[in-house]
Ligand binder design. Structure first.
Ligand SMILES: Cc1ncc(COP(=O)(O)O)c(C=O)c1O
Length: 430
């Protein structure tokens, strides 16, 4: 039997195995800032709901329980200023990654078709296109792809890896572009709750879509919003014809979100309090790390939102990755996300506070004075709210210094998906 394996990109983490080993050899342990897996506990309300919903002897509803659909609709209206939507506009998915990877297959995209993805991007957009033999074209703005005729356009704000938040005008320009080309616009909004120096705008917002979600899909995830990556919980919302066609396919393909997870999602989407708590954790980590990076002479580009700092020293990101590894810190070289990221590294905020503090201290170690690059400081997103005198950052009082490391290695960085087995852990993973 011939098994058809599509030509997928190489597993890039292998290429930083030496940096990984070097960082691990630090006497005080590695600060792993290379992956995007949530390190903080799943909220109590999620665990309690899951436990109560444990009796799930029947099959799950592919389209979601009525309670979940209602909760999604309320969340979209309240949080994302969505134009009026009906139940037919929404459906749960088994995490955003699943949906992103399979959308081209499900949409009947194939060889000869073009899929537009961000210039630096979460790799799964390209994986989905590669699965069906479609061409991938990278673009920062619609002007970069005026001459293309794509069938699918992916946008992602706040961006992984750069943290760029698309302005209202930028989102609108993509909506107009896709409609003009007759393409489906899919907007990955899984970091939407994490706007720091800007307010993320949903593609469902009437200000960017003219009051209609025709040919638009927003992709949402509870992985980062609610520390729920291990549950696999997300949803899609937009054009009802497309959503219903996808639900029909998903029924045939057995793509079901387990009922206890659906019930948990419904509860979590009605609660913003736990999101605020989580936001505060990341905001504090971001401040400490960005302060240390700027002090050490880095420029932080974009990074207005999301869970990463997009940092550069104006050299090849692989050399920067080595600089971090020598200090026991593992970061992701920017070229993992596209050639345009070659001179950057992606520094994740997704580590427990104790590791963030250790990393910040290591970054500034030996730095005696502020670097003489005022433009770098100006262009760095978070400078104005940096913690003063944080050379050796002390943990803020409100932070819970958990020492427990998460059990999983990488979550859904796009570059790997499962926690490695114990044998694999040292060699591969993320
Ligand atoms: C841009 C982006 N989209 C989607 C995902 C996957 O999200 P989920 O955990 O819902 O599969 C990630 C995970 O890191 C991501 O960075």
């Amino acid at each position: 039997m011939q098994f058809h394996v599509p030509n997928l990109p190489d597993f890039p983490w292998d290429t930083i195995a030496e940096d990984d080993a070097l960082a691990r050899s630090h006497p005080e342990g590695i600060c792993d800032l290379s992956v995007g897996t949530p390190p903080d506990p799943t909220p109590d309300i999620a665990r309690a709901t899951l436990a109560v919903a444990a009796n799930a002897h029947g099959y799950p509803a592919v389209w979601g329980t009525p309670a979940l659909r209602e909760s999604i609709l309320a969340y979209l209206t309240f949080r994302w200023k969505a134009v009026p939507l009906q139940e037919r506009n929404v459906a749960p998915i088994i995490g955003a990654k699943e949906f992103i990877a399979w959308l081209p297959t499900m949409a009947g995209i194939g060889e000869g078709d073009t899929v537009v993805v961000p210039e630096v991007a979460y790799p799964t957009y390209a994986v989905g296109a590669d699965m069906v033999g479609a061409s991938v074209v990278r673009a920062r703005t619609p002007d970069d792809v005026r001459d293309e005729s794509p069938v699918l356009v992916w946008i992602n704000s706040p961006s992984n890896p750069s943290g760029h938040i698309d302005t209202l005008e930028e989102v609108k320009a993509w909506v107009d572009y896709a409609r003009d080309k007759g393409a489906l616009l899919a907007s990955d909004e899984c970091y939407g709750e994490f706007g720091w120096d800007g307010e993320p705008i949903s593609v469902l917002d009437g200000r960017v879509n003219g009051g209609s979600v025709e040919s638009l899909l927003g992709v949402f995830s509870l992985s980062k919003r609610s520390n729920l990556a291990g549950y696999r919980a997300g949803f899609v919302a937009g054009d009802s014809e497309i959503v219903m066609a996808l639900v029909g396919l998903r029924k045939h393909l057995g793509m079901m979100v387990p009922t206890p997870v659906q019930e948990t999602m419904a509860v979590l989407l009605s609660d913003q309090e736990h999101v605020e708590i989580q936001r505060e954790r990341y905001e504090s980590r971001r401040r400490y790390l960005s302060d240390a990076l700027v002090k050490a002479g880095f420029t932080i580009d974009d990074s207005q939102g999301g869970l990463y700092l997009w940092a550069t020293r104006g050299e090849d990101g692989r050399a920067t990755t080595r600089w971090f590894a020598e200090r026991g810190i593992l970061v992701a070289p920017g070229d993992f996300y596209g050639e345009a990221g070659r001179e950057h590294v992606r520094v994740a905020l997704t580590a427990i506070d104790e590791r963030i503090m250790a990393a910040a201290a290591r970054i500034v170690e030996g730095v005696t004075e502020a670097p003489e690059v005022p433009e770098a400081a100006e262009s760095s997103a978070p400078v104005e709210d940096l913690a003063p005198d944080a050379d050796v950052p002390a943990p803020p009082a409100e932070i819970d210094l958990r020492v427990e490391e998460p059990e999983t290695a990488e979550g859904a960085d796009g570059l790997s998906e499962e926690a490695p087995s114990q044998e694999e852990e040292t060699s591969a993973s993320r």
